[in-house]
Design a binder for this molecule. Structure first.
Ligand SMILES: [Zn+2]
Ligand SMILES: [Zn+2]
Length: 172
């Protein structure tokens, strides 16, 4: 049986068949609910502090401030790392890197910002904010034509641009 951190001074013993049967929680096989009930009954411990790992079937305690145990948290981080690495090596991402590395882009963006020096999004709210980024209104996803189409460009400040990019990444 999984044990809480030593400094909590708790030792858990599996409930007896009698305790299990007389529990107010229907013995539906919900081990998490049973474990919580058991801790509360036996230890009078504030159950809210005891978080059990969110991975299904796992009875380990979650790391403080997190929703998974050490092992499942590590697995989760690994999965995220793989997903991020995949996104960076996708064809679209590689094509985009080539486009941004083009010295013609570097010159064009500076010229564009000089002609359109204010953030468009802030402007819509009546705020005057210097632009720092040239954004592609429709994400180009590595497409050369969309990338170079000036009617698809707009000046944004850094914070408006990060907000838009975050939305695009999230919604694909
Ligand atoms: Zn776990
Ligand atoms: Zn802005």
């Amino acid at each position: 049986m999984a044990q809480p951190p030593e400094e909590w001074g708790l030792t858990l013993v599996r409930p007896t068949a009698y305790e299990y049967a007389s529990s107010t929680i229907a013995p539906t096989g919900n081990r998490r609910a049973l474990l919580r009930w058991y801790i509360q009954k036996r230890e009078g411990y504030p159950v809210a502090r005891l978080k059990i790992c969110a991975a299904s079937g796992c009875e380990e305690f979650a790391l403080p401030g997190q929703s998974h145990c050490e092992q499942h948290e590590a697995e989760r981080q690994n999965k995220l790392k793989v997903r991020r690495a995949k996104a960076q090596t996708s064809e679209a991402a590689i094509a985009a890197r080539v486009l941004y590395a083009d010295p013609r882009w570097k010159a064009a963006r500076i010229a564009y910002l000089r002609q359109h020096p204010l953030c468009v999004d802030c402007g819509e709210l009546g705020v005057i904010e210097p632009a720092t980024d040239v954004d592609h209104i429709i994400p180009h996803k590595g497409d050369r034509k969309l990338f170079w189409d000036r009617s698809n460009w707009q000046s944004l400040c850094h914070s408006c641009h990060s907000r838009k990019t975050a939305r695009e990444v999230f919604h694909g």
